[in-house]
Ligand binder design. Structure first.
Ligand SMILES: NC(=O)c1ccc[n+]([C@@H]2O[C@H](COP(=O)([O-])OP(=O)(O)OC[C@H]3O[C@@H](n4cnc5c(N)ncnc54)[C@H](O)[C@@H]3O)[C@@H](O)[C@H]2O)c1
Ligand SMILES: O=C(O)C(=O)C[C@@H](O)[C@H](O)[C@H](O)COP(=O)(O)O
Ligand SMILES: [Zn+2]
Length: 368
């Protein structure tokens, strides 16, 4: 962290730098971060949702208007239900009307929905134009803006259509988290706790020890949370950018979590579903003797502290299992499930049975 409270984390692929994550507490460093992206003769389109537009769009548009030839904006209604090809189509139409060419850029200003959808549009419009991630939710700052997974939902199946496509820059201003509603803060904590579980017992313990400060959103604690998770996410995606192997551990809690999200018609946040999915996956790990019953209850208690659900009711186990069969980690008909060897180390397991998943769902619904 430098004197002006800005840290730059470089993300590499095959040891070559691909893009940087600027981690800071204001928008002051944005012009410096954009230096080198040659905006002067280019148009930029800031893509955002209806909530974020009212909060930060004017300020950000003013910065880009000074640096680029033209700054326009595309605003779509907030919500996971709009992370669809229909919204992408509207954005393509807008870009064509505004004569965007291959040298122009998209700016994703918002949470994971905005980031995933903008990234996918950037990956496919004119076979690929540059894009920048400006994440504004905890979840998008710690997870979705990093690593180049872009996409949209299809037929309510999560992220069914997408591409691996890297941003040119990730600019994180943690001060915007002040305006985040409580439920969305909790959602981000679902992915944060996931990071501790899969890669770092120290980070997990630190989260547990500093839960009160984090819950109060104290500036120093928040910066440490975002930084800690960014370091873990960066390490994993650098090892395996396109999920050929180890990257799948970032999907801990997602095999059942995504299925619950679909089953609940997107009425539960992504992070809440991941929290429930982590509980289920940790329960299977416990049943196999990998983690102890005490570790499972500690995890559940930590999730609950951040208002994340460890019990869910009103779902059909059959439909959840059916949705899980469409998981992106399926390999020739076998589900690659993510389990915990211990708190701080996850692994890919191809032997998890339907019976074990049913048991975990039963546990989630409070029947075990
Ligand atoms: N690509 C990846 O690697 C990756 C990783 C994790 C999650 N995801 C995806 O991310 C999505 C979830 O992202 P999310 O949790 O950010 O949801 P989101 O983008 O829907 O944002 C949540 C809500 O917060 C509002 N909001 C955003 N920033 C705000 C701010 N600073 N102040 C006030 N309100 C604000 C939004 O308008 C929205 O209503 C899911 O679609 C999930 O599948 C992708
Ligand atoms: O970056 C990854 O890899 C992840 O799995 C991060 C997840 O938190 C995220 O929700 C991701 O979008 C899920 O990917 P999917 O391939 O299962 O759709
Ligand atoms: Zn996720």
């Amino acid at each position: 962290m430098t004197a002006n409270n800005t840290e730059k984390l470089v993300v590499c692929q095959d040891k070559e730098p691909v893009y940087s994550i600027w981690l800071t507490d204001s928008f002051r460093a944005l012009p410096d971060a954009l230096d080198g992206l040659f905006l002067t003769d280019r148009k930029v389109c800031i893509v955002t949702d209806s909530n974020v537009a009212g909060l930060y769009l004017d300020e950000i548009k003013a910065v880009y208007a000074k640096l680029a030839a033209k700054a326009v904006s595309f605003v779509f209604p907030a919500g996971e239900e709009n992370k669809t090809l229909d919204t992408v189509k509207k954005l393509y139409e807008f870009l064509i009307r505004e004569s965007f060419d291959r040298n122009d850029l998209l700016i994703a200003l918002g949470g994971g929905v905005v980031g995933d959808l903008t990234g996918y549009t950037a990956a496919t419009y004119l076979r690929g134009i540059r894009f920048i991630q400006m994440p504004t939710t905890l979840l998008s700052q710690v997870d979705s803006s990093i690593g180049g997974k872009t996409g949209v939902d299809f037929d309510s199946y999560k992220n069914m259509v997408g591409a691996f496509y890297m941003p040119k820059l990730v600019y994180i201003n943690v001060s915007v988290l002040k305006s985040l509603p409580a439920g969305q803060f909790s959602s981000g904590m679902g992915e944060v706790i996931k990071h501790g579980c899969i890669r770092s017992e120290n980070y997990y313990r630190w989260l547990s020890d500093h839960r009160e400060d984090i819950g109060r959103r104290e500036a120093a604690a928040l910066m440490e949370v975002v930084r800690g998770s960014c370091l873990i996410k960066r390490a994993v995606v650098e090892e395996d950018p396109t999920e050929k192997g180890v990257r799948a551990i970032l999907n801990f809690g997602h095999t059942l979590g995504h299925a619950i999200e679909k089953e609940m018609n997107f009425t539960m946040s992504h992070g809440a579903c991941v929290g429930a999915g982590c509980t289920a996956a940790a329960w299977i790990s416990m049943k196999r003797g990998l983690i102890s019953a005490e570790e499972l209850s500690h995890l559940e208690e930590l999730l609950r502290f951040f208002d994340l659900p460890t019990r869910v009711s009103g779902f059909s186990p059959e439909r959840i299992l059916e949705a899980a069969r469409h998981d992106k980690k399926m390999d020739s008909g076998v589900i690659r499930f993510i389990l915990l060897k211990r708190i701080g180390e996850a692994y890919i397991d191809k032997t998890v049975t339907a019976r074990e998943m049913e048991g975990a769902l039963s546990y989630l619904s409070g029947n075990v």
